[in-house]
Write a protein that binds this ligand. Sequence first.
Ligand code: EPU
Length: 419
Amino acid sequence: MDKLIIRGGIKLRGTVKISGAKNAALPLLAATLLTDEKCVIKNVPTLTDVDTMIKILIELGKRVAKSGDVVTVESGDDRKCRAPYELISTMRGSICVLGPLAAKRKKAEVSFPGGCVIGPRPIDLHLKGLQDIGVDIKIKSGYIIAGGKKIKGSRVYLGGHFGSSVLATANVLMAATLAKGKTAIENAACEPEIVDLAVFLKKMGAKIRGEASHRIEVSGVRRLHGCTHRLIPDRIEAGTYMLAAAITKGDVFLRNAACDSLLALIDKLKESGLSVERQRNGIRVKYTKPLKPLDVTTLPYPGFPTDLQAQMMALMTVTKGISVITEKIYPERFIHASELGRMGASIVLERPSAIIKGIKKLSSAPVMASDLRASTALVLAGLAAKGTTEISRIYHLDRGYENLEAKLRALGADIKRVK
Ligand code: EPU
């Protein structure tokens, strides 16, 4: 298994280009199942999660080609409707094929999904939402068997214990585009990735209103056609590089980063004392003075993203004073805290909060990545630590960060991957 070796203490400087959004790519690729026509998606990042979704589409009879950052999906054998355990169990995003398959092919057999180990990740809202619009659902041997012959528009409420659900909204939205009649999704997620999905579906001929709000209305149409679309930039990748600039006391320009989708992070970083400037075609982040501790709570969009919680925690470990991070989406998403502890961080968990006492400097140690975002928290810690940090189990990083080492090296970091 590969390891990352990072020699810390170098200030990051320069420009980094932000890739297309992983969490937009996955539902949009699944949405191509809603049509028999050709779809072209641009700005698709090269990631193992994207490769997995492409394999799932091929398994479902699509013909898919990826050339650089352009993915072309064309019709093949549309009788296939089984998405197998071996593929679906490797990532959560794969559950997005359920709604499109049920709506277009009228039948789906989709394994229960897998994904990062960040606490319980039920799919009750996906199933309830799809049932509310007439999808017949049965569970058999670890598979969701869905029948879509009676799909009909309806009013669907998608709130759970932790607020709205991003992928449940995606699933119901996609299925509703081909339903008879009108659907209203209440307590819908309004993450930028859902908005991008709605924009894509509208280009395919779907009738959707209210994306970017908590009530999305869909008027079903008989068929959808092909289209060409460019994915939005990855706000979590951008946020991660902003935090990398902050923790190394650097000065980094994030080309293509979308300021509007990062307001919660920018607000907190400014409160902490970091210089964050919206510039033409990107964001510049510059460390000018010692940062202040923060009180951060993760919430559904437009709140502070849970996918930046671990990286923010890494920054707070070296920010003088007491910081508090409260996790309201995944109350158990704190595995990185103990690994940061190996590097000297002082973190007390009072779930769902973490209390962090900032220290002067982290020290290097062998650490292990546990999930995608926790992995980058360790990378950030390694970039700031004294000495050489060794991170194992880094395959998580390849799921969600395109060319991470190359991008960091271009900013001056001393980072390499070894077998
Ligand atoms: N939830 C339920 N029932 C459901 C679905 C979700 O109770 O049926 C709960 C979850 O357990 C969680 C909360 O609702 O407590 C929100 O989960 P959500 O469904 O919104 O998460 P998701 O759609 O499965 C996406 C991203 C995650 C990101 C979350 C929250 C993708 C592929 N994944 O997951 O991204 O953390 O939204 O923003 O879009 C990542 O990229 O590292 C990642 C984990």
